[in-house]
Structure formats: structure tokens, C-alpha cells
Ligand binder design. Structure first.
Ligand code: PMP
Length: 405
């Protein structure tokens, strides 16, 4: 049965128990990467102490066992996002690699001069730069979906800019700077009316909401394992089967081929076609372990917990002089703020000295920060392992930092 016991949860995360600069660590940077529960760490250790072997080279017992686990992990991911087919789940190094894969296969093959890629202004660089590269290669054009002053997408502008030239709509499910949840259901439906394909960056969403790619009707959906309690170096590209099947391969090498000869090469069926070389088996198993672990928790309780902490943090810092919360979103697990007249990095350094880890800077979202007229923000991002004491420590440390600057 589902349960949510914060003490029991914290005990699962060894990294949270350390001191940082002489004080117990307060980790408020989970949107950058989450800490890892023991089960994930143990999964990696067990794999390398046990079934470690190269997969899909089934000539001995270990490789056969590793292959079964590896493909079972794919099924776990399939169920996690409710993909229709096992082969629609492609292992990548992360969201960034998955987006580049889509750009360099689907987009590069499809786009023609004058075609348009709609990209939101709220995107992480990982969902901008791959499109710029492929636009350069194909003569396609990037069209921006602007945001409003409260850091939401300007949906009137979106509908106006969408048209018969639109071939791809690229948008984050949840933005990493302000936690804005974009209306992707509406955007996907509208894009499909023009025959455009939708690419959803789920890097910030998967840890916080139940994603159902079939209900969303997303054509592509990507995320990184490390933001959902799994290790770095493993991530997911989901694509609809028909699209993936029609796409050319990207990286060439072992496993993605059926038969190689110097006269020509035939490629593997899905998912192998997009998985050249020896994969990160331990990472795949660890991602599946993280998903299983997450699945045993009470999601509503976890989200309620995070929301309470966020309210506590906002309440506790609101009287700080010249502090502004940027584009606050009602249900996000993170928020950004600035203190006018004080550099964000100076505050971050003073917080770090008090054992508080948070992110300061542009959050790999230059266009969004430019639109806000900001060089950077401080970002507090919460996960289910944070506590009221964490937030109290943050509030006190921020007051102290601001009084010193
Ligand atoms: N998109 C968003 C919204 C993100 O927050 C991040 C990570 N900061 C990425 C994409 C890129 O993820 P990764 O670096 O794991 O590939």
C-alpha cells in the first residue's frame, strides 16, 4: 500500500545525511539533479557485482540474464509513461541527447527550406539549440512562442503562429526556471490540426506528475533519469512507433545494424536502430529501480508535502527587502527569486557557506531570462525528501545573507 513517511524517506538517501561547510546539508537543487535512494545505488552495485555482461550478445548465461533485465527495465519505463509499445522506448544518455536525436533524424529528414519549428521562449537550451542546428542544416526557420509577463506561454500568439508551415512544435511540459506548466494538451491538439509533430521536454515533469504519453497524444516525449532519482547518463526518448520506424538512424555502430557489408548496411528494427554501441545497462536498471521506488509512494501525499514546503518558504522570505519572486506558478515544486540590487551569485555563496545548496544563474534558459530582463535568479527546487527544517534553515540563512549584503 502507498505510504509517505518523511523520516523513512530521508533514510533512503545517504547523500542527504552529510554536512556541508560545517552544517547539515540542506539540498534545494533537485531540479538540477535529484539525490539517489539506496535502492538505486544498490542496483548499480548489484549489477556490477553480478550479471554484468554485454547485452544482446547472447552466447552465455550472464549476457542472457543482463539482457532480460535490460529489456525488463524498458518495460518499466514503458508502463511508467504508458507508451503503447515496448519498442517506442529508446535509451539515451538523457533529455539532451534525446532532443538531439529527434532533431538529427526526424527533423533533418523532414524539414525543407521555409518550414517552421515553433519553440517556446521558456525552453531550456537543450530544447532550443538542437533546433537551431537543424534549422541551419535544412533552411527551416525557428519561430518563437513568446511568454507573457507572468511567465506563461502567450497562447494567442501560439495559435497565430501555428500554420501550414509549422512542422514541429517543441515545448517543455514544465519549465525549469519558474515551474510553469505549459498547456501541452491544447498545444498538441492544435499542432496536429496542421499536421505538425510535437516534441515535449519532460525533464522537469516526470518527477512530479503522472505522465501518460497516449493520453497526451505527444509524438515525442523525452526525459532524463537523473532528475527522477536515477543516475546521470541514462534517459529516455519516447516516440510514436510509426514516426520512429520512418526515421533514419543517427549514430552508427554495433547493435543498430542487421547486416553490415562494404556494399551497404541494413539497420536493426526498433528500438535497436537508435541504440548504437554498448548501452548503459546499469543506468537502465537503476532508472527502472527509481521508477519502481517512486511507484510505491503516495503521490498525492508527496505533492502535498512539497506544496506545503513551498508555501512555507514563500511565506518566510516575503518580508525580505527588495526580494521578488519571478513568475510564481501555483503548483510548481520550484520557484525563482531575485533580490534587487544584489547579485544572485553573492547570495548563493553566502547560502552555501551555511550549508544550503540551491541554484543561481541563468538555468540554461538565456532567452527566458532575457525576456525577463534578468541576468540570473536564485532557484529553490524541492523534492519529496525535503523537510520543514530544511525550509526553516533556508529562510534563516537567506535573511542572514541579505542582511550582510
Ligand atoms: N530540459 C529541462 C526543462 C531541464 O530542466 C533540463 C536539465 N536542467 C534539460 C532539459 C536537460 O537535461 P539533461 O541535462 O539531463 O540532458
Amino acid at each position: 500500500t502507498a505510504q509517505f513517511d518523511i523520516n523513512q524517506i530521508r533514510q533512503q538517501f545517504p547523500a542527504l545525511a552529510q554536512d556541508c561547510n560545517g552544517q547539515p546539508l540542506v539540498y534545494l537543487d533537485s531540479a538540477a539533479t535529484t539525490q539517489k535512494p539506496k535502492i538505486v545505488i544498490e542496483t548499480i552495485q548489484q549489477y556490477y557485482s553480478g550479471h554484468n555482461a554485454n547485452v544482446h550478445r547472447g552466447s552465455h548465461t550472464l549476457t542472457a540474464a543482463a539482457t532480460v533485465q535490460f529489456e525488463r527495465a524498458r518495460s518499466t519505463v514503458q508502463q511508467f509513461i504508458n507508451a503503447e509499445h515496448h519498442k517506442e522506448i529508446i535509451w539515451t544518455r538523457g533529455a539532451t541527447e534525446a532532443l538531439n536525436l529527434i532533431a538529427q533524424t526526424y527533423a533533418r529528414q523532414t524539414l525543407e527550406p521555409g518550414d517552421e519549428i515553433l519553440v517556446s521562449e521558456l525552453e531550456h537550451h537543450a530544447n532550443i539549440v538542437p533546433w537551431q542546428i537543424v534549422a541551419e542544416q535544412t533552411g527551416a526557420k525557428i519561430v518563437k512562442i513568446p511568454m507573457t509577463a507572468d511567465c506563461r506561454l502567450d497562447m494567442d500568439a501560439f495559435h497565430q503562429r501555428l500554420g501550414s508551415r509549422t512542422k514541429i512544435v517543441a515545448v517543455a511540459h514544465i519549465t525549469n526556471v519558474t515551474g510553469t506548466r505549459n498547456p501541452i494538451e491544447e498545444m498538441i491538439a492544435a499542432a496536429h490540426q496542421y499536421g505538425a509533430v510535437t516534441v515535449v521536454d519532460g525533464a522537469q515533469a516526470v518527477a512530479h506528475e503522472k505522465v501518460d504519453v497516449q493520453a497526451l497524444n505527444a509524438d515525442f516525449y523525452v526525459f532524463s533519469g537523473h532528475k527522477i532519482f536515477a543516475p546521470a547518463g541514462i534517459g529516455i526518448l519516447y516516440g510514436k512507433k510509426a514516426l520512429l520506424e520512418a526515421m533514419p538512424p543517427w549514430h552508427g555502430g554495433g547493435k543498430m545494424v542487421e547486416k553490415v557489408s562494404f556494399e551497404g548496411t541494413t539497420f536493426s528494427a526498433l528500438p535497436g536502430k537508435f541504440e548504437a554501441g554498448t548501452p548503459n545497462v546499469a543506468g537502465s536498471l537503476a532508472l527502472a529501480a527509481a521508477i519502481d521506488w517512486l511507484g510505491k509512494l503516495d503521490h498525492l501525499a508527496a505533492e502535498h508535502h512539497i506544496h506545503q514546503l513551498r508555501q512555507q518558504a514563500l511565506e518566510g522570505i516575503k518580508d525580505i527587502e527588495d526580494l521578488r519572486v519571478v513568475g510564481l506558478q501555483p503548483d510548481a515544486s520550484l520557484f525563482s527569486f531575485v533580490v534587487d540590487g544584489v547579485h544572485h551569485q553573492d547570495i548563493a555563496t553566502l547560502l552555501d557557506q551555511q550549508g544550503i545548496a540551491l541554484r543561481a544563474g541563468h538555468h540554461c534558459a538565456h532567452p527566458m531570462l532575457d525576456a525577463l530582463g534578468l541576468a540570473g535568479t536564485l532557484r529553490v527546487s524541492l523534492a519529496l525528501y525535503n523537510t520543514e527544517q530544511d525550509v526553516e534553515r533556508f529562510i534563516a540563512a537567506l535573511h542572514k545573507a541579505c542582511s550582510m549584503l
